[in-house]
Each structure stands twice: as C-alpha cells, then as structure tokens.
Write a protein that binds this ligand. Structure first.
Ligand code: ADP
Ligand code: MG
Length: 244
C-alpha cells in the first residue's frame, strides 16, 4: 500500500480581504511527483508555502508524514527538516562558499559534526554534478549551477519530500535543462516531489499527477496524459494554449 506523505484537506488562505486559496484538497504519496500548473496569481506559490508553513493557513488541515502541521502544538521546526524547498531565486548564502552553503544548516539544525556535514555535502554536490565547485563562491557560478547547489543544499538535510517553486523560471533558457535533469534524476531515485512549473515537457514526462489551479481552486487534476494531453475544462485548455 502506498504511504501518504502530504495530505491537504480544505486548505484556505486569505491575505486580509483577498481570498487566495479557496479550499484545496491534495494528496501526495511516497515516491510520487505531482506537478502544479496554472496562471500567474492562481495561488500556486501560496499553496506550496503553506505546505511548510511559510504561510499560515486560514483554514483547513495539512498533514505531512503523519504530523498535522496545522495543529497549534506541533513542533514546526522539527517537521520542517523533513521538507526541502527550492525557490525560483536561488537564495544561497552569498558570503559562504558552496560547501559551507551545504553544511551550515546540517550543523545548526541537525547538529551534525563538521566532518559528517562535509561528507553529506560533498555527496550531494556529486549528485547534482558539481563536485568541482566545492570551494567556489555563489557569485562565480551560473544561475543553473546556483540552483543545483540550492537543490544539493536541500538534499543535505535528508528531506522526505521536496517542494520546488518554479525552479527554472529565473534561468537563461540554455541552463534550464541541467536543472530539470537533476530533478528528473531525483524523481527516478524515488524522491517525493511537489513541483510548481511551467515546463510542460517535464510535467508530461516526469509527473505522476498534474494539478491545474486557477483562482484559488484546483480546476482539474489527473495524469499528464489527461490534464495536459486531453484537458476537460475550458480554463485548462485556455491556459495550455498560451504556454504550449
Ligand atoms: P502564483 O504563484 O500562482 O503566481 P501566488 O500564490 O504567488 O500565485 O499569489 C496568489 C495571489 O496572492 C496573488 O494575487 C498575490 O498577489 C497574492 N499574495 C501572495 N502573497 C501575498 C502576501 N504575502 N500578501 C498579500 N497578497 C499576497
Ligand atoms: Mg508563484
């Protein structure tokens, strides 16, 4: 039987009078890749940010790995260590070299020794194909390399689920492929992933499930063949006609 990693029930989020998420139900099982697509402003980032409580939900319930994050008594820092997040901007620590970017949270949050954190960091740099950049400063790297370092940093915390928010949207087109390649490899290794993306080819090939969001609702969900290949809703068709 498949294990539920993320369970979202009736999630609502408002910013003042603005209702951004209007009742989202979403499940991600272990090893699944779920891609979220939809127009700008539809609430995709807000949804992802709610999953690790960077935004506090206004209503509904979020359970990750059996821990209800929306329970007021939850140890959110502990729950968060199992959830890796990669943003559109690379958010590296600019004053730290690549290896130190990968070790600082391991040491502070997971209390790993310098030696262990270094080993884990080097291993994850290898996974993203950047072993040779271990001593480089972020400013010396291309955007695509910086994003791969950001992925390696998230992986160094041994997450059980990875959240990606448009990880390739800020990259020059020729650098997108390397980052998607690393994400594809992670998916092949069985990582559970929730990915907001405009890369329809990636969604088609890698996603187990595609979610189309618009106006704070999930309008349509299903396999890539269903949602991208044969959309049933007019809003999905309009969106796809613009991005494909
Ligand atoms: P998407 O990622 O799909 O483009 P977002 O989740 O970023 O959409 O934003 C959805 C809506 O919520 C937008 O109208 C945005 O302006 C609004 N919004 C997002 N974050 C905030 C915030 N911190 N305060 C106020 N409004 C916000
Ligand atoms: Mg967004």
């Amino acid at each position: 039987m498949s294990e539920r990693v993320v369970e979202i029930e009736g999630l609502k989020k408002s910013f003042g009078p603005l209702d951004v998420l209007k009742g989202i139900d979403l499940q991600v099982d272990r090893g699944q890749v779920v891609c979220i697509i939809g127009p700008s402003g539809s609430g995709k980032s807000t949804l992802l940010r709610c999953v690790n409580l960077l935004e506090e939900p206004t209503g509904g319930k979020i359970t990750v790995l059996g821990t209800e994050l929306t329970d007021p008594d939850v140890d959110i820092d502990k729950a968060r260590t199992k959830i890796g997040m990669v943003f559109q901007g690379f958010n590296l620590f600019l004053h730290l070299n690549v290896l130190n970017n990968l070790t600082v949270a391991q040491r502070k949050v997971l209390k790993r020794s310098e030696k262990e954190a270094d080993e884990v960091g080097r291993h994850n740099l290898e996974r993203v194909g950047l072993s040779d950049k271990v001593g480089a400063m972020p400013a010396q790297l291309s955007g695509g390399q910086q994003q791969r370092v950001a992925i390696a940093r998230a992986l160094s915390m041994d997450p059980e689920v990875m959240l990606f928010d448009e990880p390739t949207s800020a990259l020059d087109p020729e650098l997108v492929g390397d980052v998607l390649g690393v994400m594809r490899q992670l998916a092949d290794e069985g990582m559970t992933m929730l990915v907001v993306t405009h890369e329809m080819q990636f969604a088609r090939e890698v996603a187990d499930k595609v979610i189309f969001m618009d106006g704070g609702y999930i309008v349509e969900e299903g396999s890539p063949a269903e949602v991208i290949g044969n959309p049933q809703e007019e809003r999905t068709r309009e969106f796809l006609a613009r991005v494909l």
